[in-house]
Design a protein around this ligand. Structure first.
Ligand code: XMP
Length: 510
């Protein structure tokens, strides 16, 4: 199978490049910028893309790539920072700009580059985001496109397969971006479009069979798409030697456990259901600090899971729905990454259980997991289910988590989700939910004074949860939701709307 390597210089768009390549049915893999040349060579890529990055190539500690890359004979495409890095390492010059060129920019090509052949017109709009500019191209390179201000927008080497784009072909705001990438993959790298999920399923099922042999496997199910797809795939491979454990931590949404169990039954999975609500609520008593809540839930989960897994005789493997972004992120750990929240996956690894890890989805992006799930006939409600945090409603029930307050939050949340689901734009929403604040305000109902807590409606658009915009929910939906919550839910007399994006806020409140 042909492979494109993407060297990650820290851009928020690196994973997007990898996905865009896979959308064209070419397998892609991300490696950090400081990967040794021998490793790159051993991977035998058909082409290499150097990603963008937040730094200036003139910074002292700026990422760089091995010089040998540029003479290895494999086509190289530098994107944004990648193009500037290629310029610098090949002997051209860069000046640090005082102003950033940011946003949509008109590009004018010379019509000669193989990157701009086919459907790509002589001029189009592209997404730029850079502070530095290329002053002089390195020897042997020519400019193949400019912006209206005369900035070098694309370059290529006269004789070697080296290409640079100052704009981002991977973002949707760049017109003809996928045609440009397709030209790189097929016209320049001569890739065969043979990355196919159907084949991947067959090979993976066979791989699981080989890896597991005659052993038994245990799996923690969360109701979400990743663990469900991992379980169904494994069941296909080893049948009833898979045992699934579904821990109800008492922090699920209204009727969620019944719904999820019903669906697993239809999927033919053997599920051991554990209602550990009391243990979790007991451990959370009196706790209000968000990080402590997360830690307590993580630890309690592992304890409950372990004790259930011990009952399964002869289990040797722990199945996890780890995805490619998790693999990349844990590989890049420590490089300027700051911990915003401790995200543990519930279903997280019990460390001292002596089980080997089985991670069949570790090559896939989320959209590919969904595609796989559809091919495996997993119901659409599971596949398109909105993400739900491992610690559940605990991080949406601000202040102390008690069963009464959870009850209030569940009812309000169910109303908001029911109302917003009627909206035609609902399927495009990443998450919609209610947060309960431990803030009491004065209200009036009938003839009496109330003094109750506050609900916050939160709905966001996002592509991957890393950034988000708040959803402009129509007023009539907000109005109906607010009236219904105040009328039908005990304990809330005020409803507000969260109009903050991420950044500066995060999607969840804790
Ligand atoms: P934040 O709140 O950090 O969330 O903007 C980004 C996305 O991650 C989800 N989230 C979690 N998912 N375990 C998870 O599996 C967690 O502990 C967790 N915390 C947040 C959140 O719902 C959003 O989609």
């Amino acid at each position: 199978m042909d492979n494109i390597l993407i060297l990650d210089c820290g851009s928020q768009f690196t994973q997007l490049i990898a996905r865009r390549v896979r959308e064209q049915k070419v397998h892609s893999e991300i490696l950090p910028w400081d990967t040794a040349f021998e490793v790159i060579q051993a991977a035998g890529p058909k082409g290499v893309i150097i990603s963008g990055g937040p730094q200036s190539v003139t910074d002292e500690d700026a990422p760089s790539v091995p010089d040998a890359l540029f003479t290895m004979g494999v086509p190289i495409l530098g994107v944004c920072y990648g193009m500037q890095l290629m310029t610098k390492q090949m002997g051209g010059s860069i000046t640090s700009g005082t102003s950033r060129e940011y946003g949509r920019t008109a590009i004018f090509t010379d019509g000669r580059s193989p990157l701009f052949t086919g459907k790509v017109p002589a001029s189009f709009e592209a997404w730029m985001s850079h502070g530095d500019r290329i002053e002089r191209l390195p020897d042997g390179f020519r400019c193949t496109a400019k912006t209206g201000n005369g900035v070098f927008a694309a370059m290529e080497h006269e004789t070697r397969p080296l290409y640079g784009l100052q704009f981002h072909p991977e973002v949707v705001h760049t017109q003809y971006g996928s045609e440009i990438l397709s030209n790189f993959l097929f016209a320049i790298c001569s890739c065969t479009p043979d990355w196919d999920l159907g084949n991947w399923i067959d090979q993976t099922v066979e791989g699981i069979r080989r890896q597991v042999g005659t052993d038994r496997v245990v799996c923690g199910l969360s109701g979400g798409v990743d663990s469900s797809v991992a379980a169904v795939l494994t069941e296909k491979a080893i049948g009833d030697r898979l045992d699934c454990i579904f821990v109800n931590h008492g922090l699920l949404r209204l009727h969620e456990e019944h719904h999820v169990l019903e669906q697993y039954k239809r999927l033919n999975l053997r599920v051991h259901y554990v209602d550990a609500s009391d243990a979790f609520l007991g451990a959370l008593r009196g706790v209000t600090d968000p990080e402590r809540k997360r830690k307590i839930i993580g630890e309690t989960f592992i304890r409950v899971f372990e004790s259930e897994a011990r009952k399964i005789d002869g289990a040797k493997w722990l199945l996890q729905g780890t995805l490619y972004p998790d693999v990349i992120e844990s590989g890049h750990k420590g490089k300027g990454a700051s911990v915003i929240k401790s995200h543990h996956n519930v279903g997280g690894l019990p460390e001292h259980m002596d089980l080997a890890l089985l991670e069949p989805l570790r090559d896939l992006f989320k959209d590919e997991v969904r595609g796989t799930g559809r091919m495996l006939n997993i119901p659409e409600d599971i596949i398109s289910r909105q993400p739900f945090p491992g610690p559940g409603l605990a991080v949406r029930c601000l202040g102390e988590v008690t069963s009464e307050r959870l009850e209030t939050l569940r009812s309000a949340d169910a109303i908001f989700r029911e109302e917003i689901a009627k909206w035609e734009d609902y399927p495009s929403i990443w998450q919609a939910f209610v947060v309960l604040l431990p803030v009491r305000t004065v209200g009036v109902m009938g003839d009496s004074r109330t003094y109750s807590e506050t609900a916050v409606l939160r709905a966001v658009h996002s592509h991957d949860g890393m950034t988000a915009d708040w959803v402009h929910v129509p007023y009539d939906i907000l109005d109906r939701t607010a009236r219904r919550i105040c009328n039908e839910v005990q304990g809330i007399n005020r409803v507000t709307l969260d109009v903050t994006g991420k950044p500066p806020a995060t999607i969840e409140w804790e």
